[in-house]
Structures are given as structure tokens and as C-alpha cells.
Design a binder for this molecule. Structure first.
Ligand SMILES: CC(C)=CCNc1ncnc2c1ncn2[C@@H]1O[C@H](COP(=O)(O)O)[C@@H](O)[C@H]1O
Length: 264
């Protein structure tokens, strides 16, 4: 009597007997009549998230050193905040940095506009929102994201510093994420600059009095935010921190080379 049940090879696996499904992977792949509920299920979402990371990394990996500029989506073109945004974008581009923003209106548009006008690289990382909006006209490389957290990874990964212009919840979210990453040393040599001392004063005072004053942050954490009204000063802070980072990595390389030489 034949003891061997029916068997089917499925890629690297072999299944036998009642474990054999009634269709093959290929048949299921090619069958258009099946339910499309899987499009909205987590396993498929994970692939979509992965695709967003792949696309973001692919598009941004070869950018020159960049600075991410945050700020209100709501400031009008004739405001001082918009004007400073243009100046910031322009000064960063003149110093050789690509400018990354959220690609939206207001301060984001202003920074992209300054970068474009100075002949720099102007990048917008847009986000799908429930209301209609489009990438601003001054973005030269634009990527649209579905997921906030993927987009935020790109803001940090491809920047060597942040500049926050006056803004609302979105700006505060991005600002405090940046500060947390620096505080927990997930990123190092990463200046976080607040432009507009008048606008930020109340928050900075509160952070000092309440957060540092009651021990919720260390006194030294206050230095992680640098406030200025001077665009050139903001760029100088970024350039200096960049210089120190390359010096550290050169010194690091030298230590490795010396250690290897000693060992040989
Ligand atoms: C007019 C309007 C609300 C448009 C929204 N369109 C947006 N497009 C792209 N990024 C955005 C938008 N709104 C908020 N953000 C994100 O949140 C920050 C601004 O939010 P807020 O206006 O400060 O709170 C920006 O740095 C940006 O990364």
C-alpha cells in the first residue's frame, strides 16, 4: 500500500496531504475576482511603508549636505515671517546647503523660494492630508508621503541641522522630535535653531522655568535650542557644527588608522 500522501512543492516548502491548498500561489496572484480587502490590511500597509522608505532613500541619498526648515503653513506671502523664510532659504543655498521643507505653503514655500532663487537645491517632502493641498511652486525635487513618520525620518536623515521658523502644532511636533533625538543622542552634531526670538520667547521661558526648573530636563538641555533673529548667525551655527562633525570623523578615521598601524 502506498504510504505516501499527495504532495505539492511550494517554493522552498513541500506540503503533503490535507495541507495542500486548492490553488497555487500563481493562480491566486493572477485571479482578479478575489476580494481586495487585503489592500487595507496591515501586512500590505507594511509593504507600502517599506516602499515609501525605499523611494525616499533612493531620491535623497545623493543630496549634498542639507538643512531642514520647518515653519507655519499659514503665513501669507506679505508677512515678515515669510520674508525671513525666503532669506533663510537663500542664505542656506548660498552656503552650499540643499533646503528641505514640508513642501507646503507659508514658511515652507518661503524657504523653498529662497533656495530656488539663489540657485540652490530646493526639496519638498509633502504629506497626504485630508484636505486639498499641493506642493508649492518653488520645490525642484518633491516627494509625496502617505505616512508622517516615514517623512519625518527623511527630514532628519538627510539634514545636518534644523531651522524652525514661527509655526503651530506641526512645527512644534517637528521641533520637539528633533530636540528629543538630539537629547537622546540618536543624532549628534545637530543644531536646532529657532528663528524669531519674540515668537519663541514664551516657549523658551516656559521650557527653562518649568521643564528645567522642575528637573524634567537637564539644565544643559536648554542649550540644545539656539534662538536667533539673524539669518547669517543661523547659517554660521550650521556651518560650524558641520565643521566640527567632519573634524571628529577625520580624527576618528585617524585613530582607527593609527590603531591598525600599531597592530601591524
Ligand atoms: C494651509 C494648510 C494648513 C496647509 C497644510 N499643508 C501642509 N503641507 C505640508 N506640510 C505641512 C502642512 N501643514 C503642516 N505641515 C507640516 O507641519 C509644519 C507646519 O505646521 P504648522 O502650520 O506649524 O501647524 C511644517 O513644517 C510641515 O512639515
Amino acid at each position: 500500500m502506498n504510504q505516501n500522501p499527495r504532495e505539492r512543492r511550494q517554493g522552498p516548502a513541500v506540503v503533503r496531504g490535507r495541507l495542500i491548498p486548492d490553488s497555487t500561489y500563481d493562480q491566486r496572484l493572477l485571479d482578479r475576482r478575489r476580494s481586495t480587502d487585503w489592500l487595507h490590511a496591515d501586512p500590505w500597509r507594511v509593504l507600502r511603508i517599506q516602499a515609501e522608505f525605499v523611494e525616499g532613500f533612493g531620491q535623497l541619498a545623493e543630496l549634498p549636505p542639507a538643512v531642514t526648515v520647518f515653519g507655519s503653513a499659514r503665513v501669507p506671502e506679505d508677512s515678515d515671517e515669510y520674508r525671513i523664510g525666503v532669506e533663510v532659504g537663500r542664505a542656506l543655498a548660498e552656503a552650499g546647503y540643499a533646503v528641505i521643507t514640508g513642501g507646503g505653503p507659508g514658511c515652507m514655500e518661503a524657504a523653498n523660494r529662497g533656495a530656488r532663487e539663489a540657485g540652490g537645491i530646493s526639496v519638498g517632502l509633502g504629506i497626504e492630508l485630508p484636505f486639498e493641498q499641493k506642493m508649492n511652486d518653488y520645490v525642484d525635487l518633491g516627494i509625496e508621503f502617505r505616512y508622517f513618520f516615514v517623512r519625518k525620518t527623511m527630514f532628519v536623515k538627510y539634514a545636518c541641522g534644523f531651522i524652525a521658523l514661527p509655526g503651530g502644532f506641526g512645527t512644534l511636533d517637528e521641533l520637539f522630535e528633533a530636540l528629543t533625538l538630539v537629547q537622546t543622542r540618536k543624532v549628534t552634531s545637530f543644531p536646532v535653531i529657532l528663528m524669531g526670538s519674540d515668537y519663541w520667547r514664551g516657549m523658551v521661558d516656559w521650557v527653562r522655568d518649568k521643564l528645567a526648573g522642575t528637573g524634567k530636563i537637564s539644565p544643559g538641555d536648554l542649550d540644545l535650542m539656539q534662538v536667533t533673529d539673524d539669518v547669517d548667525e543661523a547659517v554660521r551655527i550650521i556651518v560650524e557644527s558641520d565643521r566640527q562633525r567632519s573634524k571628529r570623523s577625520q580624527d576618528g578615521g585617524r585613530v582607527v588608522a593609527d590603531t591598525v598601524a600599531e597592530a601591524q
